[in-house]
Design a protein around this ligand. Structure first.
Ligand code: AMP
Length: 407
């Protein structure tokens, strides 16, 4: 499945006033950007729009300011970083709606660019609208945003699963709404991966909890040849199999669901791999005492990583695969003593990619693990959207994509 929506390539941009949603939700500490990957990822579309002779207003959120103006969530540092990357002036608007801001947008000449302040400084951007009045407020905000341009471009895959003012609702108030290159690339990769995977197609699913990944697990069982489970979520599965998991992370209310997932995988003939050994720690600390144990974790101990036998079994499965989706680390990789399995899986996925497998990494933590491993360049596609990539893989329609003009 490709993207059945128009992109910036399909429309006339010369002399147009483009308003574009980007994902500049970068980590900022004391006004300094710690990682500019997301700004870099938006550059191809930004440059294209400017080169075609349009003026450009950029909208984004940063963090969760909860509808209040909080200086630590200002997008000003991203405007400065973008100016450096583009080697040209980037104006900064101190808000994203209002007469003055619209006037600033209208004053931009072709080829000029402006970043607006955080859309989430307005609660109408991302409120959970329950009443009609709330919905009207959100629509009103989106209509105000729409005054910033005459063409809307959405290049923020990371927020495409949210029906927010600047991601989806704005499309109702602008006649032309199209996707940017990053959005197009994400949808193409993820679409290809799930619709027409080269087999064997395997999914590596880890991370803290089953709860956030139940739907994706269910959806992947009907598509994959094998599913490899790691991370904290593995221990709810092990408990479902009757193991003693000590103090390991467990969602007791999901033990029955875990049993159902195991039964479903079996009935669909999907290889469903759980750990066979684990690194157990006496406390949640990098300096904890560690012992390698099987699937029964001693009382008072907690499993914080999967063990070497598990890594060997998973590696063998990964090296056979032709398509690999990975979401979620195998252990608490932020602590070096519990990062070994996650790093070994990075290496295995990189090796499989070298042999021609398609590898798609989604989810903030798996992406940072891959970056930490130094093997990011080996992966076929590193998704900029954790939640969005999961919802896409679940087969859900992403509101920020759905609202764009059809081809
Ligand atoms: P998620 O956001 O669901 O992908 O979860 C990522 C987080 O899961 C990371 O911060 C890991 O430290 C954490 N995690 C991975 N394995 C474990 C584990 N065995 N016990 C507790 N937390 C874990």
């Amino acid at each position: 499945m490709g993207l059945n929506k128009k992109t910036v390539r399909d429309i006339e941009l010369k002399g147009k006033r483009v308003v574009m949603r980007v994902d500049f939700n970068v980590p900022v500490k004391e006004g300094k950007i710690k990682d500019d990957t997301r700004i870099q990822a938006a550059l191809p579309t930004i440059k294209y729009v400017l080169d075609k002779g349009a003026s450009l207003v950029l909208l984004s959120h940063l963090g969760r300011p909860d509808g209040e103006v909080k200086p630590e969530f200002s997008l000003k540092p991203t405007a400065d970083a973008l100016a450096k990357l583009l080697g040209k002036e980037v104006k900064f608007a101190p808000d994203c709606i209002g007469e003055n801001i619209v006037a600033m947008a209208k004053a931009l000449k072709p080829g000029e660019i402006m970043v607006c302040e955080n859309t989430r400084f307005h609660k109408e951007e991302d409120m959970k609208a329950k009443t009609d009045e709330d919905k009207k407020k959100m629509q009103g905000f989106a209509a105000e945003l729409a005054k910033l341009g005459d063409v809307f471009v959405n290049d923020a895959f990371g927020t495409a699963h949210r029906a927010h003012g600047s991601t989806a609702l704005i499309c109702k108030f602008i006649p032309i709404s199209v996707a940017g290159f990053l959005m197009e690339k994400e949808i193409q990769y993820l679409g290809q991966t799930v619709e027409n995977p080269k087999r064997p197609f395997i999914a590596i699913i880890g991370g803290a909890k089953i709860s956030g990944k139940l739907e994706v697990l269910t959806s992947l069982i009907s598509k994959c040849d094998a599913i490899l489970i790691g991370g904290g979520m593995a221990y709810t599965f092990l408990k479902a199999q009757g193991h003693n998991i000590g103090k390991s992370l467990c969602e007791d209310e999901l033990v029955d669901t875990a049993k159902q997932i195991l039964a479903e995988a079996k009935s669909k003939n999907v290889t469903f791999l759980l750990p066979t050994d684990n690194l157990a720690a006496d406390k949640f600390d990098n300096a904890a005492q560690i012992q390698t144990v099987g699937n029964d974790i001693p009382d008072g101990w907690m499993a914080l990583d999967v063990g070497p036998k598990t890594v060997a079994a998973y590696t063998a499965e990964i090296l056979k695969a032709k398509t690999i989706v990975w979401n979620g680390p195998m252990g608490c990789f932020e602590m070096p003593n519990f990062a070994k399995a996650t790093m070994a899986i990075c290496k295995a996925v990189a090796d499989a990619s070298d042999k021609g497998a398609i590898s798609v990494i989604g989810g903030g933590d798996s992406v940072s693990a891959v970056n930490q491993s130094g093997l990011a360049g080996k992966m076929s596609h590193i998704s900029t959207g954790g939640g969005a990539s999961l919802e896409f893989l679940e087969g859900k329609k992403l509101p920020g994509v759905f609202a764009l003009n059809d081809l």
